[in-house]
Design a protein. Structure first.
Length: 139
């Protein structure tokens, strides 16, 4: 179960931004943002504190504004996250495990899993990481 609160996650994100640490990518269409993706070394995420390999990155969140969902914005944003990670030395990148939050909608999770698979992510062989998707070297 996800032990952190939304407020704790927001505070962590705010701290990263205030420290000048990139926290993700924003997709714009027209005058404003329509989607956002958090991406960075796994160790930057409190839930994975103590991760041994900063060369493995995580897409911790992929969000599209409700009124823009279904327009195919997630795929180019996810592709940009993979490219950004590779350009910054990542040798692997991971996607969100099922049950990331207790209130996750199963249909939304299935859509996210399909999106990640369409971008070349695969199930991990690690039984302790059920639902976690990865892309390896050569991103």
């Amino acid at each position: 179960m996800h032990a952190r609160t939304a407020e704790q996650n927001r505070d962590d994100l705010r701290t990263r931004v205030e420290q000048g640490v990139p926290a993700g990518l924003i997709a714009y269409a027209g005058p404003g943002p329509v989607a956002w993706c958090s991406v960075g070394p796994v160790s930057d995420y409190a839930r994975f504190a103590g991760a041994a390999d900063d060369n493995v990155w995580l897409v911790g969140c992929l969000f599209t504004r409700r009124e823009r969902r279904g327009e195919g914005l997630g795929w180019p944003l996810l592709r940009a996250a993979v490219d950004y990670a590779a350009a910054n030395g990542a040798t692997g990148i991971e996607g969100p495990p099922r049950g990331w939050r207790p209130d996750d909608d199963p249909a939304s999770l299935d859509a996210v899993m399909r999106l990640f698979r369409s971008a070349g992510f695969h199930d991990t062989p690690d039984p302790g990481a059920a639902g976690l998707l990865r892309r390896g070297a050569g991103l």
